[in-house]
Design a protein around this ligand. Structure first.
Ligand code: E4P
Length: 215
């Protein structure tokens, strides 16, 4: 399973990348806005920090605009993945950019049929937003299971990138379901490694060692 970091914060990306466990990064316009940096400069910096797929989102709402932006973003670095919204225009752009051999991440997916359409448009990744579905009283993880079933039925190669992950339970369920990728906030990335029994167990080992070796 691949782990992407869902952030545009360079410090967080640097810390996660230093573990050697980070496979890529996803950004979105809201995350970019928080940094106060110019978009292109930010993407260049992220590409310098992480050697993996870096999703950069277009802001045009029509296909020609998205295609133009997507080509420019892809030219920044070989690792840039063009992020497109799951709209008719977004899927038109996806089809064209995929045909050109560019990698795409279709975002803001909330239903299995939207995911099916994105796969038909040749998306490299589909990003179902599980947390935002939970927020409106649906079980976001059901969507992942449905997409898995549909993609398996027809042999689609589009990778399921579980997005809007809020906590460890989302991540664990995604892993059990066999999702290809999860994009997670830095807080969740840290939580995957932490357990109080690991901490207290290590403290005890070190204390016992010190006592025995001093004697
Ligand atoms: C996905 O690529 C999005 O950036 C992200 O996962 C959205 O998450 P949110 O619902 O926590 O904003």
């Amino acid at each position: 399973m691949k782990f992407f970091l869902d952030t545009a914060d360079l410090k967080e990306i640097e810390k996660a990348a230093a573990t050697g466990l980070l496979d890529g990064v996803t950004t979105n316009p809201s995350l970019v806005a928080k940094t106060g940096m110019k978009f292109e400069q930010l993407i260049v910096r992220i590409c310098e920090l992480v050697d993996g797929p870096i999703s950069a989102e277009v802001i045009s709402t029509n296909a020609p605009g998205m295609i133009d932006e997507g080509r420019k973003l892809a030219a920044i670095h070989k690792n840039v993945v063009i992020k497109l919204p799951l709209t008719q225009e977004g899927l038109k752009a996806c089809k064209t950019l995929s045909f050109e051999g560019k990698r795409t991440n279709v975002t803001l997916c909330f239903t299995p049929l939207q995911a099916l359409m994105a796969a038909k448009a040749g998306a490299t990744y589909i990003s179902p937003f599980v947390g935002r579905l939970d927020d409106i009283g649906q079980d976001g993880m059901d969507l992942i299971q449905d997409i898995r079933t549909i993609y398996k039925n027809y042999g689609y190669k589009t990778e399921i990138l579980v997005a809007s992950v809020r906590h460890l339970e989302h991540l664990l369920t995604a892993a059990k379901m066999g999702a290809d990728v999860a994009t997670i906030p830095y807080k969740v990335f840290e939580q995957t490694l932490a357990h109080p029994l690991t901490e207290s167990g290590l403290a005890r080992f070190l204390k016992d060692w010190e006592t025995s070796q001093k004697a």
